[in-house]
Unconditional design. Structure first.
Length: 399
């Protein structure tokens, strides 16, 4: 209405002036074309497919912060001596079988429990070092004292390090062996008492019938092939430095009791160092025809330990820097089974709560070996080191 009144007041109607051809014009955007179905499909094909995310990919683009190494992994500060450390290692080796939703049949559960009972009560010396806060020299001196007094027995396995067993447990195994005669048991026990540090029995010191019984029962092993090339035979995780070279290695000498013959390289050190062209005349190095003191069932235990440590180091090697927080490594060891309150609540309601424990590598191949036990063993052997991060708890690094 206002425009109409303005026209009526002016009295005449004027035409709108046409735009000048020289006036600048605003550019107009061309209309957008809708992509056809063929073009859209071609574009979609050109997009690179997203690579599947690996479960073991590295979640950290930088090294973890390290504010200091952890010297001992024992959470119990009451561990004071070697027997306590051995008892702790034995009691924490396996996880208890899950009561509900285990993912294993009753037959499989019986197999797991029976296999655990067949393993001998042997603890590696490396594991003892990982649990005790004392220096390695102090621990070795204590082991030498206990060995001399007949409290523990040192079991040496070529290329697999050394283990410890309480003499009370060893004596119980000998007396309970059904394949040994009473005379053989008494002779063997008397020999162990008289020679607490001797791990070799000369062939001429034992009758052939007794040796045959002890070998069949697993208490003696032959030493055939003990002189083979170390580079060929000593490829295990427990190959000690003296096995790779000579008994004069620094690690071997530093771990021996002060004042003993082994502290200066052992008998025949001159011959091993390259001097003295004559043959060895001492009994420190026995013939390959002699026997070594052994423990029945020690082989399956060593196999289980080696496979567990291999798997642990493999998980660490899949990361970018070979390290990850201990909590994440524990989760990977358990097979990615989270034990949080939400999962337990879903399980109580009967809902599916992820992978069952019996389907994981921990229970299918390792018979339920506890993560903390495997970590202590790996740290004692020298495969990994544990350090404090200050932010995400403790970290584990592969060496």
């Amino acid at each position: 209405m206002s425009s109409l009144r303005a026209l009526l007041k002016s009295g005449r109607i004027s035409k709108r002036k046409p735009p000048s051809p020289f006036a600048p014009r605003k550019p107009t955007a061309p209309p957008k074309k809708q992509p056809s179905a063929g073009t859209a499909s071609t574009t979609a094909k050109r997009k690179p497919a997203t690579a599947p995310v690996d479960d073991l990919e590295d979640f950290f683009n930088d090294h973890l912060d390290s504010i200091g190494l952890v010297s001992t992994l024992a959470a119990d500060s009451s561990l004071r001596d070697v027997p306590q450390a051995m008892a702790r290692a034995r009691s924490h080796m396996f996880s208890p079988v899950p009561r509900e939703a285990a993912g294993m049949s009753s037959t499989r559960i019986a197999q797991v429990l029976n296999h655990r009972l067949t393993l001998p009560p042997v603890v590696s010396i490396a594991h003892v070092h990982a649990l005790l806060s004392a220096s390695p020299s102090a621990v070795e001196r204590e082991i030498a004292e206990l060995e001399g007094s007949g409290v523990v027995r040192r079991i040496r396995v070529r290329a697999r390090g050394e283990g410890l067993i309480l003499m009370t447990d060893y004596e119980k195994m000998i007396r309970g062996a059904k394949d040994l005669k009473d005379g053989t048991k008494e002779w063997f026990l008397n020999h162990l008492v008289k020679n607490p540090r001797e791990g070799i029995i000369a062939r001429e010191a034992i009758r052939e019938s007794m040796a045959d019984e002890l070998i069949r029962a697993g208490f003696l092993t032959g030493r055939a092939g003990a002189g083979e090339d170390a580079a060929v035979t000593l490829m295990g995780l427990y190959a000690r430095p003296e096995d790779r070279s000579t008994l004069t290695s620094l690690d071997s000498v530093a771990r021996q009791a002060s004042g003993s013959l082994a502290a200066v390289g052992g008998a025949g050190v001159i011959h091993l160092a390259g001097g003295g062209g004559g043959a060895r005349l001492t009994r420190g190095y026995s013939s390959e025809m002699d026997y070594s003191v052994a423990v029945p069932g020690h082989g399956p235990l060593l196999k289980l330990v080696s496979e567990s440590l291999e798997h642990l180091t493999w998980v660490l090697s899949k990361t970018k820097f070979g390290e990850m927080p201990e909590s994440m490594l524990r989760e990977r060891w358990d097979g990615g089974i989270a034990m949080d309150e939400a999962r337990l609540a879903r399980k109580s309601r009967g809902e599916f709560a992820g992978v069952l424990p019996g389907r994981t590598k921990k229970w299918k191949e390792f018979w339920g070996v506890e993560f903390s036990w495997a970590l202590e063993e790996a740290m004692g052997v020298g495969l990994v080191e544990v350090f404090e991060t200050g932010t995400v708890g403790r970290g584990v690094r592969k060496l």
